[in-house]
Design a protein around this ligand. Structure first.
Ligand SMILES: Cc1cc2nc3c(=O)[nH]c(=O)nc-3n(C[C@H](O)[C@H](O)[C@H](O)COP(=O)(O)OP(=O)(O)OC[C@H]3O[C@@H](n4cnc5c(N)ncnc54)[C@H](O)[C@@H]3O)c2cc1C
Length: 473
């Protein structure tokens, strides 16, 4: 067979990574199709008032698989900075260093909190907390971390992030989203003991590209283009036709055309994919897909007339009285001192598409965010030169209790489609980091055989590995 043509949908890290590795291996011709005028997806960076900013706080974690990190290093060279983490988290009105540090905890934790955690640990040793038949996010974390940490930290944070009572969240949310799911794991994360996922020396550090987090995907896409991947920006995928060759119906500059390919590799939200496929998906698949939801997010950017707001890279807000989940100051991620007299804050505001936050105007959101920052002891005193908001309809997959059954119906149907492969954060409904999305792309390329066929058994093995991915904050 001549070299197959793979149409890759979506140029976030997963799509761009697949395009580069496919071209580098010489296994396929590639067309990479992206709706936006730039690559990067949720990891893209852009300029705002002369400051390079990201779509919310983004860092490359040292837990990245070595082969992925090596390739990113190869592309970015000295532009990949190795930075210390310097964040803060607010607990019962006090600021703690984040990631947590032993001395800082000992001197800053409210004493009542420390006593509460101690009593919870004791009750755990005495096995007073029982395993529950019908596990949920809530029951798993209560058993692993005890009442105090759950009540003051994880539960309010979870309600804010996902907009649901914790008893309504799936146990998978606890396993995949909470990297320190037990007191023992939490202690290992805080103390420099062997056995953590990142070597002790790497704890409390992160990688960050000099030109913003988006530089990773931009560099990957440029490398793919140099190897003759065809990248089509400003091109929206509307329809996927299953026939002899698979066809991708796209809209670009007002014209509708079809791109024919031997394989379609899609990183689009799996719910959009199901709606796009022709012949139409069976009704039970459409219904199941309609019961899967993503959590939305409004990003609010405030351009301030000052050099630096605080020296911290990010502030984390578990408290429910504060509507933002996190506030980052992009300049601090790469230790930039330019431009002078200007910095940007980026607030992450979890919400539901169509709710009052999603629909609110910039001035209203700016006023509410500044009031909330004021109440947290972070008043914005300088002039706000500009306000910008961005809306992410699929910020997080929502792991509602029992979502697994619905997702399995959709996933089984898509997996059964010849020459269609879904992967990436949106494609596998996986609350993943960038390095996970890249690892999926790498695995997909490995599964394409030299004869142009796709090794589904090997892909199933990779899918089982992906289930062990745990999100790093
Ligand atoms: C607030 C926030 C903070 C995060 N922080 C971190 C962090 O610190 N570290 C980390 O490693 N990860 C972080 N992540 C996760 C990271 O952003 C994702 O893992 C990564 O973006 C997933 O890449 P992807 O390619 O799978 O999907 P995406 O980045 O979502 O890319 C999908 C692409 O598909 C395109 N697309 C969608 N529909 C169509 C269509 N119809 N036609 C054409 N194109 C389409 C989109 O425009 C997009 O470019 C964070 C995510 C969020 C939301």
């Amino acid at each position: 067979m001549s070299r197959p043509h793979v149409a890759i949908l979506g140029a976030g890290p997963a799509g761009a990574g697949a395009a580069w590795w496919l071209r580098r291996s010489g296994k396929a011709d590639v067309t990479l199709i992206e709706r936006e005028p730039r690559v990067g997806g949720q990891t893209a960076s852009f300029d705002l008032a002369g400051v390079r900013v990201d779509h919310g706080s983004h860092r490359l974690h040292p837990a990245s698989p070595p082969h992925i990190l090596e390739d990113i290093r190869f592309l970015l060279g000295d532009d990949l900075l190795d930075r210390p983490r310097h964040g803060r988290i607010r607990l019962r009105g006090r600021w703690l260093h984040f990631p947590l540090k032993p001395f800082n905890l000992a001197t800053h934790l409210p004493p009542s909190f420390t006593v509460g955690v101690g009593l919870d640990a004791l009750s755990k040793v005495l096995s007073l907390s029982q395993r529950n038949e019908n596990e949920t996010f809530e029951s798993i974390l209560l058993r692993g971390l005890g009442k105090t940490i759950c009540r003051d930290f994880y539960f309010p944070y979870a309600r804010k992030l996902w907009g649901l009572p914790t008893s309504e969240l799936s146990p998978i949310q606890a396993r995949r989203r909470v990297s320190a799911g037990s007191l023992a794991k939490m202690i290992r994360k805080v103390l420099p003991l062997p056995g953590g996922r990142a070597p002790a020396a790497r704890k409390g550090r992160f990688f960050y590209p000099r030109e913003g987090f988006g530089q990773i995907t931009t560099a990957i896409a440029s490398a793919a283009q140099e190897l003759r991947a065809n990248i089509r920006l400003d091109t929206t995928v509307d329809q996927i036709t299953l026939a002899d060759k698979v066809g991708v119906g796209v809209r670009s500059e007002g014209a509708t055309t079809t791109i024919n390919a031997d394989h379609i590799w899609t990183t689009l939200p799996v719910t959009s994919l199901v709606r796009m496929i022709r012949p139409t998906a069976p009704s039970h698949v459409m219904e199941a897909s309609g019961r899967i939801h993503y959590r939305g997010m409004v990003l609010i950017y405030l351009v301030l007339d000052q050099d630096q707001f605080t020296p911290f890279d990010a502030h984390y807000f578990p408290e429910e009285t504060m509507p933002l989940s996190r506030l980052s100051e992009p300049k601090n991620y790469a230790a930039r001192t330019e431009p002078k007299g200007r910095t940007v804050l980026c607030g992450e505001w979890p919400c539901r598409v169509g709710d009052d936050v999603w629909n609110a105007g910039d001035d209203e959101l700016s006023r509410r965010a500044r009031d909330a920052l004021d109440r947290c002891g972070l008043p914005v005193r300088s002039t706000v030169l500009e306000v910008l908001t961005k809306r992410l309809p699929c910020a997080y997959p929502l792991y509602k209790r029992d979502y697994e059954q619905q997702f399995r119906i959709v996933d089984d149907w898509v997996e059964g489609l010849d020459r269609i492969l879904t992967f990436g954060r949106q494609g596998l409904f996986a609350h993943d980091n960038t390095h996970h999305a890249l690892a999926m792309a790498h695995a997909a390329v490995e599964c394409l055989r030299d004869d142009g066929s796709f090794d589904r058994d090997r892909w199933s093995e990779h899918r089982r590995e992906f289930e062990s991915h745990v999100v790093e904050d």
